[in-house]
Design a binder for this molecule. Structure first.
Ligand SMILES: NC(=O)c1ccc[n+]([C@@H]2O[C@H](COP(=O)([O-])OP(=O)(O)OC[C@H]3O[C@@H](n4cnc5c(N)ncnc54)[C@H](OP(=O)(O)O)[C@@H]3O)[C@@H](O)[C@H]2O)c1
Length: 252
């Protein structure tokens, strides 16, 4: 039986674009109440016209820890309970070892990893007092094997994954489930900047549908699509083959 029945109260970060926006649409369409956060409203404006009572926007720059208290207060004004929090806000910058911009490690980490830590400070107190609540974080399939130029992005997503695995243990007595999502390539503004092949890429709507199904089943870790998961498992089984394949790409 479904654990995440409609009319849940759901907080989604990074909801103004891409995957977060598609998740917000999915949960609104299926009869839930969504609190959407990002630095800008983006396309949420259009969605708010369709769902004036069910969608609220709470502005939050996840890198700014001075906003934690006011964002938490704003959410508490809207709802005293949160059934589900999806910490999805993220960014990607690629490292160039020949012209290194070392500051990008800090920028990427601030959003992808410390942004999750800041978001946890907003939502954990509310999740803890909501019976049978669920915390979901968005990592990446990039953590399954090393990719070229992904030093900063991959490390930040590996940190998110470890954080969620560890939190799952600590939150078990509080009746808060924890899930980690590892998407493959999704066609969003984040990947539209990429200049390389993205195998098995899918639309944000397809990805949101898969994620919502996994969330409903409270899958602990959900990596998709399976074909990419299998390819990356092979990479781990044959690391020297993966090394040669990728090193060749870097020199070509
Ligand atoms: N697309 C993929 O192939 C893929 C694959 C694996 C994992 N992911 C992960 O999925 C998540 C969503 O990515 P996406 O592809 O949907 O990217 P996207 O379209 O660029 O959306 C990123 C979202 O994060 C928000 N965001 C960025 N910086 C923020 C900040 N400092 N504070 C608050 N919100 C911030 C953006 O809103 P504002 O700019 O308005 O703040 C936007 O809503 C990310 O964590 C990404 O790493 C994506």
């Amino acid at each position: 039986m479904s654990q995440d029945k409609p009319n849940k109260k759901i907080w989604i970060t990074g909801a103004s674009s891409g995957l977060g926006l598609a998740l917000a649409k999915h949960y609104l369409l299926t009869g839930n109440r969504v609190i959407a956060s990002a630095r800008s409203e983006g396309e949420l404006n259009q969605l708010a016209k369709l769902y004036p009572d069910e969608l609220s926007f709470v502005k939050f720059d996840v890198t700014d820890n001075t906003q934690i208290e006011s964002v938490a207060n704003e959410i508490e004004q809207l709802t005293d309970q949160l059934d589900l929090a999806i910490l999805n806000a993220g960014t990607c910058e690629y490292f160039d070892v020949d012209a290194p911009d070392w500051s990008l490690f800090e920028r990427v980490n601030q959003v992808n990893y410390l942004g999750v830590v800041n978001s946890l400070q907003v939502c954990l107190p509310i999740l803890k007092r909501t019976p049978n609540s669920h915390l979901v974080g968005v990592s990446s399939q990039a953590v399954q094997a090393p990719f070229i130029r992904s030093e900063a992005y991959g490390a930040s997503k590996a940190a998110v994954r470890y954080l969620l695995h560890s939190l799952r243990l600590d939150l078990a007595p509080d009746d808060v489930s924890v899930s980690c999502i590892l998407p493959g390539f999704v066609d969003t503004p984040l990947t539209q900047r990429n200049d390389f092949d993205m195998p098995f890429i899918m639309s944000p709507e397809q990805a949101a549908h898969r994620i919502a199904n996994a969330v409903e089943k409270r899958v602990f870790e959900y990596a998709f699509p399976k074909r990419l998961t299998a390819l990356l498992a092979l990479a781990r089984l044959a690391p020297s083959g993966w090394f040669k394949f990728n090193a060749r790409k870097r020199t070509s």
